[in-house]
Design a protein around this ligand. Sequence first.
Ligand SMILES: NC(=O)c1ccc[n+]([C@@H]2O[C@H](COP(=O)([O-])OP(=O)(O)OC[C@H]3O[C@@H](n4cnc5c(N)ncnc54)[C@H](OP(=O)(O)O)[C@@H]3O)[C@@H](O)[C@H]2O)c1
Length: 379
Amino acid sequence: MKYRKLCDEKVSILGFGAMRLPTKGDKTSEINIKQTEIMFDHALANGINYIDTAYPYHGGESENVVGNYLTRRHIRDDIFLASKLPSWLIKEKKDFDKYFNEQLDKLKTDHIDFYLLHSLNENTWQKIKGLGVLDWCEKKQAEGKIKHLGFSFHDQYPIFKKIIDSYDKWGFCQIQFNYMDIDFQAGQKGLEYAHKKGLDIIVMEPIRGGQLAKEPPLEIKKIWNQFPIKRSYADGALQWIWNRKDVSIVLSGMSELRHVKENIESANRSKVGSLKAEESDLYLQIRKIFLKRAPINCTSCKYCEPCPQGVAISSCLNFYMMSEIYDDKKRASMFYHFLKEEYRADKCIQCGECEPKCPQKIPIMRSLENTHKLLAKKL
Ligand SMILES: NC(=O)c1ccc[n+]([C@@H]2O[C@H](COP(=O)([O-])OP(=O)(O)OC[C@H]3O[C@@H](n4cnc5c(N)ncnc54)[C@H](OP(=O)(O)O)[C@@H]3O)[C@@H](O)[C@H]2O)c1
């Protein structure tokens, strides 16, 4: 295994994301504990020393499973444990302690090495900042219950920048980043800004939750197969990130032992600056081909929002694009169903207020109709 510095700790460049652990079947999120422990054993025996979990993963079970595993194996002190404050559940100040203490109980530990304010966006950030989350975190740090503080993020770059600029003691941030998402959410601009401001970077969704490891469209398959350097699709996506020196750790949510083995081998082969220019160009070409498949060109700027009916326009359009670009209706419809019913595309009454505001001139009303037609059925 190779290691890099994260807040001055020596972490494996591949971290284990405990959000996609093997389950007891396709239709349940209930964790297959035996299989998970085999995968953890293999990961740790091969040098992985970082596990990332969170309050909601696997319906709240992930923290428990990780905590039980570390306790049973007596290895809590050998592992950097990351978990996250469920920012969207916080209603009042005392909720900080309520969730944190519950997490310590589930994780069977007295401290969390890397604690993140989970999935910050404009609303959650304003809310928890107003409730004094930073003072609360600093108190926990002084008590030794939180070692390093950071946040994870899924909103737009200007908000990312605002969060970074509003506090000068962040240790790190966790962002979605892969060769498709260069301009999406925080994106490459955000990564470089955070790094410049002294935050260390954790990358999540390096394989875009599995979408970049699937059999791609024929046009991509052709150029991939003709390329002289032979890799698996997953390996390519991971190497593209490890090539950068400003990323401390890449988290992958491995859900089979085969993923753990393959990704550890990838990590061992990786090196900063090792991708040749031709290979970097290959990923740009693939990206272009994927993006050409998008039925619309929504950049999530959200100029169209707020919708008077409350439709989460930009989220809906993104799930529509995801379904078409990656031919992955199942995952897109899963995300669509995470949206509360009142925010879904079928709540559009075609008032048309959104369309003149769209810089990309997207036929939003028609696209929302298509979104619902495509994704309303849960797969
Ligand atoms: N803080 C946040 O808001 C947030 C959000 C997202 C993620 N995260 C964290 O970041 C971690 C990483 O994100 P992610 O899980 O989306 O990572 P990812 O590596 O992009 O996606 C994991 C998926 O990729 C596929 N995969 C992984 N290795 C593979 C291989 N060698 N060959 C083929 N397929 C492979 C599997 O998909 P299949 O099972 O479909 O084959 C696996 O479930 C998460 O587990 C979680 O801990 C945090």
